[in-house]
Every structure is written in C-alpha cells, then in structure tokens.
Design a protein around this ligand. Sequence first.
Ligand code: GDP
Length: 300
Amino acid sequence: TIFKEGLTKTRVALVEKVEELITRRKKIDEEFYEELEEILIGADVGVNTVMTLIDELRAEVKKRKIEQAAELQPILSEKLIGLLKGEQNPGLQMAKSGITVILFVGVNGVGKTTTIGKLAHKFKSEGKSVMMAAGDTFRAAAIEQLEVWGERVGVDVIKQQSGSDPAAVMFDAVQAAKQRGVDVLLCDTAGRLQNKTNLMEELNKIFRVIQREIPDAPHEVLLVLDATTGQNALSQAKLFGEKSGVTGLVLTKLDGTAKGGIVIAIRNELNLPVKLVGLGEKMTDLQEFDSEQFVHALFS
Ligand code: GDP
C-alpha cells in the first residue's frame, strides 16, 4: 500500500490519462497513437522506450485485428509489465560472512543521506548492527545531516572534519566496523558532478582502501537518483554507471512526482537493476523495488 500511495501522482499522469484517452477516442487511429505517445512521454517513460512500445502495440493491433481502443488497455498493461519485469530485483548483495559494505554515490540533493538513514533503520529492525561512514567530507552539512540520521536511528557515524580525505574516513570506518564486529557499513560519498574526473578518482581511491581491508567489498555500489528529475536521472545513471562500478540503483522521491514512468525507461534502457525506491521522507519510506508490485500499484 505504501507503493500505491507513493505512486498516486504517476498513476494520475499515466494510467488515468490513458483511460481517459480510451474513453474519449474509442477508436484506434493515428490521432489515438499520437495522444498515447504524448501521455507516455509526459510521464517520463522515455522517448526510445515509448517508440518501441508504440511499435509493439501497432503490431499487436494489426495481428489481432483490434479496432476498439478499450481492447488495447490490457495489451498496454501487459507490455508495460513486460518492460518492467526483465530479470527480477536480485535484492541487496550481502557478505557471505563478516561485514557487508555498501557505498552510495550520486549527485548532491538526490537523497543519498536520507536513503542511508532509511536503510540503516531497515537493517537495524532486522536485528543487524549498522555503522555509517561520512564520506562526503566536502560539505560540512552532509556530515551533520548523516549524524542527525545516526541519532534518529541509533547508529554510530564515523567521521572526520570537513575537508579531510574521504579515503581516510573510509579507512577509519572499516577499522571501527571490524573492531566492533558490525554487520553492515553504509558509506556516504561526495556528489560534486562539476568535478567529474576528481570525483571518479576519489571513488577509485575509496574502493582501493576498502578492498585492501575487506577483499570482497564493497558488496554494493548504489547509485542514488532523484525520480523527480525524470530524464535527467536517466542521463546521470548513464554517466555514473559506466565508470564507477555501480551495481544497482536507488530511485528516490517517487512519491513526489508524476514522472514515475522513469522506472520503465531505466529498466528498458540500462542494464542496472533498480534495487530500492524512496517513497517519502520518513524512516520507513524505503522499499525494495518489486516490478510486479509497481505495476499493480499503477493499474489497480
Ligand atoms: P543528498 O544530498 O543526496 O544526501 O540528499 P538528502 O538525503 O539530503 O535529500 C535531499 C532532500 O530530499 C531532503 O529534503 C530529503 O528529505 C528529500 N528526500 C529524500 N528521499 C526522499 C523520498 O523518497 N521522498 C521525498 N518526498 N523526499 C525525499
């Protein structure tokens, strides 16, 4: 139900508009396809994905000799489900034994800190011990914000003063996590996109430091994307995904946007699983992404 509530805006922008179109136009003709295209693109399903989808619909309509728009609706939902399903969400990769290290990357403001806080809460409620590392040493506010989340969920935050070397923070954090025998270490990183090369170098250095201490870590590198930015999120995913060893995506702020179609575009255009979705600002507003639940929340 949190899915259903969170996706209200997307449901209105996508599914209800399609329903309105079908009732109004009744017949499947060129104008119908044009309007359908507009609705799908408007919900950020992505131009490439929409083109594929419309082509498939045309083929299906021809094959089944369909004329009434109403008959198209189940076919459309079927196709959308098909696009979303692909392979199922494999879930978060955890260490076979010892500490699981999860690294969070993404530009400022997308919801990294919030996601780390929410995930810390989730792990804690499963009985796991958690620690956080304040690897965004570039902004003092980022460190403070992580500490606020640390207090809120009752998790220690390993930090140094702002301006220090993030790799040094990670080194400290891994040492502390080992000493205290924690189950999960959640690591924040800086998100300055204007300085891309340095950012990638910084990430590489962080990788090396972590791997030296825990050879199979990091177990996940999650790229956090803001769903309200629509196609921008897709470009960020393409940009980061190529270079920084990203293993999965977190899509935040799905609750605040009519652009939830971006999930479909991401699934169709990238070879990266959406592992988690943010559906609000509260501690509990984080869900494992499940494509079936997602489509169900939209279409029912
Ligand atoms: P960071 O700069 O990437 O660490 O981003 P923050 O974690 O500070 O988040 C930026 C803003 O987005 C904050 O005001 C958060 O409360 C808000 N936010 C994060 N995730 C969600 C979400 O899933 N839904 C909503 N509505 N707001 C969110």
